[in-house]
Write a protein that binds this ligand. Structure first.
Ligand code: G4P
Length: 281
């Protein structure tokens, strides 16, 4: 279900996540590798408090690999574990259980030192809608995963899934809201398809994306659409003409061109492009 993020829903989402956080040793914060800054929940530090965190950058098949590497380094410098995956194709996913185990080690050892019964390290996936949480959970769980019987503290309908290294994963993700206040972040989220079409104007987002691409990657649009780099005509009209998206009287259909550009960007047809530059770049 797509949730509209009214304050009441945000408070409820935060409460649900905080209830589940009590059950786990490590939080897997799932981000979009094209948007490692814009796809973070604005209150993530407050929500997760002091839990050890593994940042997982997903959809790396669509992101610029050099920028992904710089982002991983930056997260490491902030004291967080960080991994890059492509959950859709299962790439990098096998590294996740070992990283969770490492991050949980101190807490598991502390429990043992306090004379508590040994138990597996536990984790959950947390992120904004559409970042790939279900896909990552499915990729981690795989077909062979064992699901544990219901246990106290775990809500009906939730289960622990046993992963490699004895790590247990909560099979339902935590869902938090994206950044709304920051206009540029909102444009980037819309451009990648992270927010629903009903809440933005595709034409406005496509014009923003075209402007951003012209500034940061000036060769991309001319190469994809065989058009002049600095032609006076607006980009969407040029794309409409090049792709034969014409309306009554043969006029360029800018609305369809906007949809076409966004679709091609989201499918990676314009190349592997990261919209959030790593800090310091
Ligand atoms: P969520 O639980 O966080 O809401 O996200 P979900 O797993 O449903 O994934 C959201 C969309 O992102 C899906 O596309 C999914 O296929 C895509 N996705 C997830 N991980 C990756 C990845 O690593 N690479 C790529 N390229 N895409 C990924 P969709 O358009 O909503 O559905 P569909 O294309 O699967 O039909």
């Amino acid at each position: 279900m797509d949730i509209q993020w009214y304050p009441g829903h945000m408070a409820r989402a935060k409460r649900l996540v905080q209830e589940n956080l009590k059950l786990v040793d490590v939080v897997i914060e799932l981000l979009d590798a094209r948007l490692p800054a814009s796809s973070r929940n604005p209150l993530i530090d407050e929500v997760t408090r002091h839990k050890p965190r593994l940042v997982v950058l997903n959809k790396t098949d669509l992101a610029d690999p050099a920028e992904t590497a710089r982002w991983l380094l930056w997260f490491n410098q902030q004291g967080m574990g960080a991994l890059a995956v492509d959950a859709a194709h299962g790439r990098g996913v096998r590294e996740v259980p070992a990283a969770v185990q490492r991050l949980a080690a101190a807490r598991i050892a502390a429990l043992a030192a306090a004379g508590r019964r040994p138990r597996p390290p536990r984790c959950m996936v947390l992120g904004i809608p559409n970042v790939g949480k279900s896909m990552l959970i499915n990729a981690l769980a795989g077909r062979a995963a064992t699901r544990t019987a219901n246990r106290p503290g775990v809500t009906r309908g939730q289960q622990w899934v046993r992963l490699a290294r004895g790590v247990e994963l909560l099979d339902t993700p935590g869902v938090l809201w994206p950044k709304f206040g920051d206009q540029e972040a909102a444009m980037k989220l819309a451009a990648t398809g992270a927010i629903r079409e009903e809440v933005y104007q595709p034409e406005e987002v496509a014009v923003w994306l075209a402007g951003w691409l012209r500034q940061r990657h000036p060769r991309v649009l001319p190469e994809r659409y065989a058009m002049a780099e600095n032609a006076g005509e607006p980009v969407l009209e040029q794309i409409a003409v090049k792709r034969g998206l014409l309306g009554p009287g043969g006029r360029p259909d800018v609305s369809r061109a906007a949809g076409h550009l966004l679709k091609e960007f989201r499918e990676g047809k314009l190349g592997r492009i990261t919209l959030d530059p790593p800090p310091g770049n």
